[in-house]
Design a protein around this ligand. Structure first.
Ligand code: 13P
Ligand code: SF4
Length: 304
């Protein structure tokens, strides 16, 4: 077919083949992005896919730290961000310089860093984690002194589950999850009194304390598959609704409407086709950053 007659979907399919590319999409992206992706999942699942793919090009439909993590794991591959301006606000809350300084102040503490950080910040960590394996990572450490960065909500959730360790927190958070209020959640509970309630651990303690289940986006989905309930309140970003509805047909999901991560919504089918055609939005990281960030990220993948 002449390229001018192609739909955007046909263009993506053709370019993917020509480039030997794979499309990875986070659970928060728009429905049409999830539908065209080869793999949709949480940060941990996407990192694992990025580490084991034999594609030459990885198109990462997510925020920049996710693409950087893929590049750290697969430095010889071309990693493309359809929208390089899709930045996670939390990742900007912990600079490598500030973390290097804090490490000096706490030399006996093992630095556990959430994957929602930049590549340079990851060079200052002992081990990286996602919301999907943070508990396992912290429990696996020999050390009983931990500096957990940057998400204070995820960190304090883990600290409540692992009281035998001293966990020092950083003052960072996801502005979207952190600003979901108990009032919003209580209103949803009033409207759907029989709903089973699940939340992402980036939410604050007041919300987590009234949930039936807390976990990463993928953990919530997997848990939902095992449940008989028909109605669910899901306290995380609204993009997850599509993933849940397509994976659990017949079940109903209710979200706090304010929970929208705008950068995730920047990504369109056109932006995927354009980056594949022109190889734009390539992740470029210095070799020494890739070298120093690799070990903590590799540990994150291994503790799974
Ligand atoms: P997941 O680890 O569940 O993918 O969450 C990532 C994230 O950015 C949540 O806001
Ligand atoms: Fe970052 Fe929050 Fe968006 Fe997740 S939802 S990518 S933590 S800003």
């Amino acid at each position: 077919m002449h390229p001018l007659m192609e739909t955007v979907t046909e263009r993506i399919v053709r370019l993917k083949k020509e480039r030997n590319a794979i499309i990875l999409a986070h659970n928060y992206t728009n429905p049409e992005i999830q539908d065209i992706a080869d793999f949709t999942g949480d940060s941990l699942g996407l990192s694992i896919q990025a580490s084991k793919t034999d594609a030459d090009v990885i198109v990462f439909c997510g925020v920049t730290f996710m693409g950087e993590t893929a590049k750290i794991l697969s430095p010889d591959k071309i990693v493309l961000l359809p929208r390089p301006d899709a930045v996670c606000d939390m990742a900007a809350m912990c600079s490598p310089e500030a973390l290097a300084q804090r490490r000096k102040e706490l030399p006996d503490h093992t630095v556990v860093g959430y994957v929602n950080t930049t590549g340079p910040t990851k060079t200052q960590m002992d081990v990286c984690c996602t919301s999907g394996n943070a508990l396992k990572v912290v429990r696996s450490l020999d050390s009983d002194k931990v500096l957990f960065v940057p998400d204070k909500n995820l960190g304090s959730y883990i600290a409540r589950l692992v009281p035998e360790k001293e966990i020092v927190l950083w003052n960072g958070c996801c502005p979207i999850h952190d600003s979901i209020t108990l009032e919003e959640v209580s209103e949803l509970k009033r409207r759907y009194p029989d709903a089973y309630c699940m939340a992402h651990p980036e939410c604050n303690e007041a919300i987590l304390s009234v949930m039936d289940f807390v976990g990463s986006t993928e953990a919530m989905l997997n848990h939902c598959k095992t449940m008989d309930n028909e109605e669910y309140i899901i306290v995380t970003e609204v993009g997850m609704k599509h993933r849940l509805e397509t994976s659990c047909p017949g079940k109903r999901f209710h979200f706090p409407e304010s929970a929208v991560c705008e950068p995730m919504k920047y990504i369109t089918l056109e932006s995927i086709a354009d980056c594949l055609e022109n190889l734009t939005g390539q992740i470029v990281l210095d070799d020494d950053i890739i070298r120093d960030a690799f070990l903590p990220v590799k540990r994150m993948i291994e503790i799974n």
